[in-house]
Design a protein around this ligand. Structure first.
Ligand SMILES: [Zn+2]
Length: 422
């Protein structure tokens, strides 16, 4: 067990501050216990002095893509994308088709390390590797487990590479769901036919899971749906009986009519906002008004820093949603509610981050969210405890050799970039 001494503990829900020692149980459903003085008879693995440090629940990412981890710094695509569809065609669908099993492993390790160092101990990922589908989710799960970051994975089922690949995606999903917590991933309305959606809904029912899908990330998704199915995207999902799963995660939700937003609000589905990815793809701004309050935040593979994501939501969203720091903080923390509501494992009380936050001004319960949007950054993350295990100590990952892993990642990155030029 780990013992944190002299902490300033912040309850992540009530934002109450208290000065305390914390005893942390190890394990998936482990608890924490507060003490004013270290009990004499405890068997402890590690005692950390947290004097002057803030300790709070660690962070969660509601929508990530490990497959993009090796994209950083790669050369420009063969054709400069003119719109969202071409961004997929010339960048992401070119990249994911080149991923082999070693590259998937490297991408997952790099992502898990980056998450851990940013204080993120739970990741919801949506994966695609059309030429290496089989066992891809297990490779990612093993890499995350090695680093010590909890996960909720899915494979992106799609018809974009043919029905044979869609069938492989369904098979990989079923194999994984037999022995892991996970979701049923669909790419987006514009790349999945009715038959594939029906099969995905069938799998979701069979395994009491939820669908993780991109919804109306660009106007193209809506136009394609109207042209091919004579209805809008959310209507199509509703017709397939897809909306009523409480574990659903609908990514983006940018180009929705008022009635579609209401349908989401009236369903038990969750929405995930990915502000920086939307800015990067120039697809517009998320507006959660009328979509209910089951809205969480993700990074969409842009990076693994949820504090940065939250700050972007606050700054870029000022014009669109006029959300104050308090509302942004609540959205930042919504992912935990999603995880707990559905009894997913890996985000119990024994997931903590220790922040070395050297503020020049006082921080307390009443001004915490102001510090959250203007002051706190991932550079303040000093230690991370995941499922009661110290996975980051003084900014360094303790569970894997970062230098060796990053060397392997760079080797795999070079290999990937060569493949992409072929
Ligand atoms: Zn995405």
């Amino acid at each position: 067990m780990i013992y944190l001494q002299n902490c300033t503990y912040i309850n992540s829900e009530t934002l109450e501050f208290c000065n305390t020692d914390i005893l942390i149980e190890e394990g998936l459903q482990g608890n924490i216990h507060f003490y004013h003085q270290k009990p004499a008879d405890l068997q402890l693995n590690e005692i950390i002095d947290c004097k002057g440090k803030l300790v709070t629940h660690s962070f969660a990412n509601g929508h990530h893509h490990i497959y993009s981890a090796l994209a950083r710094g790669m050369c420009a695509p063969k054709k400069s994308p003119a719109n969202f569809y071409e961004v997929l065609q010339y960048i992401w669908w070119t990249l994911d088709k080149c991923l082999d099993k070693d590259m998937i492993k490297a991408s997952a390790l790099a992502t898990a390390i980056a998450c851990a160092k940013n204080g993120v101990s739970f990741v919801i990922d949506h994966h695609a590797s059309p030429m290496a589908i089989e066992n891809s989710l297990q490779i990612i799960a093993s890499a995350f487990d090695e680093v010590g970051v909890s996960h909720l994975l899915c494979y992106e089922i799609t018809d974009r590479d043919g029905l044979d690949k869609a069938a492989q995606g369904l098979d990989e999903t079923e194999t994984y769901l037999k022995s892991h917590q996970g979701l049923v991933g669909l790419h987006a309305s514009f790349t999945v036919g009715d038959d594939t959606i029906k099969k995905a809904v069938g799998l979701t029912e069979k395994y009491h899971s939820g669908i993780h899908i991109h919804i109306a990330e660009d106007g193209y998704d809506q136009q394609h749906c109207i042209d091919n199915y004579g209805c809008r995207v959310i209507d199509r999902m509703q017709k397939h009986g897809l909306l009523h799963f409480g574990k659903n995660i609908l990514g983006h939700c940018l180009f929705l009519s008022e009635s579609e937003k209401k349908m989401i609000a009236n369903s038990p589905s969750w929405v995930v906002q990915n502000m920086e990815s939307n800015l990067n793809n120039r697809v517009g701004y998320f507006d959660g008004k009328d979509m209910g309050d089951r809205i969480m935040l993700g990074t969409d593979g842009m990076h693994s820093d949820m504090l940065q994501s939250a700050r972007s939501v606050f700054l870029a969203g000022k014009d669109h949603e006029m959300m104050g720091p308090q509302a942004v903080y609540q959205r930042f923390r919504k992912a935990h509610q999603y995880i707990h509501q559905h009894n997913f494992k890996g985000d119990a009380a024994n997931n903590l981050v220790v922040l070395d936050y050297d503020s020049p001004t006082e921080i307390n319960a009443s001004n915490f969210t102001g510090h959250f949007v203007y002051g706190l950054t991932s550079k303040h993350v000093q230690h991370v405890i995941s499922n009661g295990k110290l996975i980051v100590k003084d900014g360094i990952v303790t569970t894997v050799n970062e230098t060796e892993v990053l060397e392997f990642c760079r080797e795999m990155g070079n290999k990937l970039w060569v493949e992409m030029l072929k």
